[in-house]
Design a protein around this ligand. Structure first.
Ligand SMILES: Cc1cc2nc3c(=O)[nH]c(=O)nc-3n(C[C@H](O)[C@H](O)[C@H](O)COP(=O)(O)O)c2cc1C
Length: 135
């Protein structure tokens, strides 16, 4: 399995991750769940009206963290989240998460997908050496 597939599979399994952004000198963090591996890039989804989106527009640096209690492994991804206005990715994201379709559609000027760029994913546990994947 390629590294990025392992990362996306981990996030599919844990379902919830916590996404941190930068707001001036204040860190902000919130639960997220959307994740899509599309054409070799790792995407998340949000709404342009949300503060998280505005924070990423001002400063794309972000970090997420998820924990798999079954294996005692956690994953952190640190890098930049870059907006992608391609309609096909938005469609694919909403196909993966059809429950979002009551709130979002690809042409609503709010639905936003962003992909990780220049990112490092690190798997950690108390029992094994950290493993890193460049994204
Ligand atoms: C389990 C869970 C998963 C969530 N997944 C997402 C998501 O993928 N994208 C999103 O925009 N909001 C998601 N939310 C809602 C955000 O956490 C919420 O809108 C938050 O307020 C956004 O951060 P902000 O207020 O700093 O913009 C999720 C909430 C929960 C409880």
């Amino acid at each position: 399995m390629e590294g990025i597939e392992k990362v996306s599979g981990f996030l599919d399994k844990t379902k919830t991750y916590y996404l941190a952004t930068v707001d001036g000198d204040q860190p902000r963090v919130r639960p997220f769940g959307t994740i899509l591996l599309y054409e070799g890039k790792l995407y998340i989804q949000t709404g342009k009206v949300k503060p998280v989106s505005q924070q990423l527009a001002a400063n794309p640096k972000a970090e997420l963290c998820a924990f798999d209690g079954e294996t005692g492994t956690w994953l952190r991804i640190a890098g930049e989240l870059i907006n992608d206005d391609s309609r096909d990715v938005k469609v694919a994201m909403l196909e993966k998460y059809p429950e979002l379709k009551f709130m979002y559609n690809p042409d609503d000027d709010n639905t936003q997908v962003l992909f990780f760029k220049d990112a490092t994913a690190t798997f950690s546990s108390f029992t094994a050496a950290p493993e890193t994947v460049k994204i």
